[in-house]
Design a protein around this ligand. Structure first.
Ligand code: NAG
Ligand code: NAG
Length: 261
C-alpha cells in the first residue's frame, strides 16, 4: 500500500514538473516520463520483493518462536513429571526408612532381651556352681541301745535335716550334692560298758571310736572330713558288741554338713 502511494506521488511530481520549455520536443518529454515510470516500476518491484522477504522472515521467525514455545512446553511437562516422580520416590523412601527404623528398633529390643535372658541363664549356672547348697543334719537317740557287731545305728529323732540327706528309717546319710562334708558322732556309754563304733562311707571305714569306763557315764565326740559325690552314703555302725546310753539329754547323736562344693 505504501509502495502504491509512493508511486502515485512520483507520478504526480513528474506530471507537475512537465517542462514548459517550447524548445523541448513532445517525444522527449514522453520518453522521460516513460523512463521514470520504468524506474518507478523497478523500485516498486524492489519494494515488493523486500516486503515479501521481510514477511517471509517474520513468518519464519514466528514459526520458530512457535516451535520453541512447544519445545519449552514439552520440556516443562517432562520436568513436572520428573518432579512428581522424585516426590513420590522421596515419600516412599521416607516410609521405608520409618518402617526400617521401627523394625530395627524391634530387633534391638528383642536382641537385648535374648542377651539379657542368656546372661541371666549364665549367671544362674555360675551361681549353681559357686553357691554351696544348704545341706546339714543332726539326729539323735539310737533305736536300740544294745548293738551287735555290724549293726547299723538308726538315730531315730531328727533334730534338723536340710537337704533331706538323712533317713531316720535306715540311719544313713545320702549326699544330695557333690562336695566336702564334715561328719560328727557323739556317743555316751553307761558305767562299765563297751562301745566300739565305726563311721562308714559306702562300706569303707572313715573313722573309729572305742570307749569303756568303770563306774561312770562317759561320752566321746569324733569328727571327720569326707569328700562325697552326690548319692554316696555315710552311716555309723557297731564294730563289736556295744552298749550305748541315751536319754533326753542329747547324749548320743550323729550329724554332718556340706561345707564346700
Ligand atoms: C530397609 O531394609 C531393607 C532390608 O534390610 C534394606 O534392603 C533397605 O535398603 C532398607 N531401606 C533403607 C531406606 O534403609
Ligand atoms: C522379653 O522376654 C520376656 C521373658 O522371656 C518376655 O516375656 C517379653 O515379652 C520379652 N520382651 C520382648 C520385647 O520381646
Amino acid at each position: 500500500m505504501t509502495a502504491l502511494l509512493q508511486l502515485l506521488l512520483l507520478v504526480s511530481v513528474t506530471m507537475a514538473s512537465e517542462p514548459s520549455c517550447p524548445s523541448c520536443s513532445k517525444y522527449d518529454y514522453e520518453e522521460k516520463v516513460l523512463e521514470r515510470m520504468i524506474r518507478m516500476e523497478f523500485a516498486f518491484e524492489n519494494v515488493l520483493k523486500e516486503n515479501k522477504a521481510v514477511s517471509e522472515t517474520v513468518e519464519e521467525d514466528l514459526t520458530r518462536i512457535k516451535e520453541e514455545n512447544e519445545r519449552l512446553h514439552a520440556t516443562v511437562d517432562v520436568l513436572k513429571d520428573q518432579q512428581e516422580q522424585a516426590e513420590r520416590r522421596l515419600v516412599s523412601l521416607m516410609e521405608e526408612i520409618e518402617i526400617n527404623q521401627s523394625s530395627t528398633l524391634e530387633k534391638i529390643v528383642s536382641d537385648s532381651n535374648t542377651t539379657l535372658e542368656q546372661t541371666i541363664a549364665a549367671f544362674n549356672d555360675i551361681k549353681d556352681k559357686i553357691v554351696t547348697p544348704l545341706v546339714f543334719f543332726h539326729a539323735r537317740s539310737p533305736l536300740t541301745n544294745t548293738l551287735s557287731t555290724g549293726e547299723m545305728i538308726v538315730y531315730k529323732t531328727v533334730e534338723i535335716n536340710l537337704g533331706n540327706g538323712y533317713s531316720s528309717t535306715t540311719g544313713k546319710f545320702t549326699a544330695p550334692a557333690r562336695g566336702l562334708y564334715l561328719f560328727l558322732m557323739h556317743t555316751c556309754t553307761p558305767p562299765n560298758a563297751n562301745a566300739y563304733l565305726h563311721m562308714m562311707n559306702e562300706g569303707s571305714v572313715v573313722m573309729g571310736s572305742a570307749r569303756y569306763n568303770v563306774g561312770h557315764y562317759t561320752c566321746s565326740s569324733s569328727q571327720v572330713f569326707v569328700q562325697l559325690d552326690a548319692g554316696k552314703t555315710v552311716w555309723v555302725q557297731c564294730s563289736s558288741g556295744s552298749k550305748l546310753f541315751e536319754n533326753s539329754n542329747y547324749w548320743t547323736s550323729f550329724g554332718g554338713a556340706l561345707i564346700h562344693n
